[in-house]
Design a protein around this ligand. Structure first.
Ligand SMILES: [Zn+2]
Ligand SMILES: [Zn+2]
Length: 268
């Protein structure tokens, strides 16, 4: 399997390390490719995501590192773009399309801010009905893919990040909503992440999507990308061995990597 990661956060947003520290760590671990994916600017949530100025400084920094380390590792300038953010795609070499909020009126409720916040969203916006929440969430994932046309679909089932913590099973209604979204997304040809970010935070013991959804993805003709959703250099390839095994068990034989010519697929 090609050693790579394209979902990498740094101190330019909510990550711990500088981009340079991440690059050195990736080289040390024998990575051939590293993609940076700062959170996109979102006007309504300035306390969590970066300002436009910060975005400009980030672009300058990553492009400088790309040049400096070009003989040792291939570096890509990406962005994790939220559904509700309008970043100019032309500034970046690739995009991860993600949904982090449920919107009601002018209020953006984070669904990625801890299990208490998640519970609050479900109670406040859906009367406690998690499956109704899932139905809206998965329709938003389809919307982000249509709107942004990203190169990677970010954490497809993010809402299950805390499922082990709150003992939340994948109900029939939940699975039906997820499978509908997969069926809608596969024809777009955009790979789905197998994301180990919740594992490195100690929130889950397995990557997401679950075995059930991975199998459904494979049977539906989906493509995948391994991603550590890294916020700390120590976790750059955290859980990849398990993610690889789960991918193979589901039937996948290839994983996507970003190149100068877009996503290509290599043997797992
Ligand atoms: Zn995200
Ligand atoms: Zn992320």
């Amino acid at each position: 399997m090609i050693k790579s990661n394209f979902h990498t956060h740094t101190c330019f947003c909510d990550g711990k390390n500088t981009p340079r520290e991440m690059v050195l760590e990736a080289i040390e671990r024998g990575f051939t490719t590293l993609g940076f994916s700062m959170h996109s600017f979102l006007q309504q949530d300035l306390h969590i995501v970066p300002s436009r100025d910060r975005e400009t400084a980030y672009i300058r920094e990553i492009l400088a590192l790309k040049e400096e380390f070009k003989d040792e590792i291939e570096i890509f300038l990406g962005l994790e773009q939220d559904l509700y953010s309008d970043a100019p795609k032309s500034d970046f070499e690739y995009l991860i399309g993600s949904v982090h909020y449920i919107k009601r009126g002018d209020t953006y409720y984070s669904i990625d801010g801890g299990k208490e916040k998640l519970r609050l969203v479900v109670d406040k916006c859906f009367g406690g009905d998690f499956d109704a929440f899932a139905e809206e969430y998965f329709s938003l994932v389809c919307e982000v893919a249509e709107k942004i046309k990203p190169d990677i679909i970010g954490h497809f089932d993010l809402i299950m990040k805390y499922c082990e913590q709150i003992e939340l099973p994948e109900s029939d209604r939940y699975l039906a909503a997820a499978k509908r979204a997969i069926k809608n997304l596969v024809p777009l040809g955009i790979p789905f992440e197998i994301n180990t970010g919740a594992m490195s935070r100690g929130l889950r013991t397995t990557p997401y999507p679950s075995k059930t959804l991975l199998k459904f993805m494979f049977d539906s003709g989906a493509k995948i990308v391994f991603s550590s959703d890294c916020h700390n250099k120590d976790f750059l390839e955290y859980g990849f061995d398990l993610a690889e095994k789960m991918a193979k068990d589901a039937g996948f034989t290839e994983h996507g990597i970003i190149t100068e010519n877009g996503v290509i697929y290599m043997p797992i």
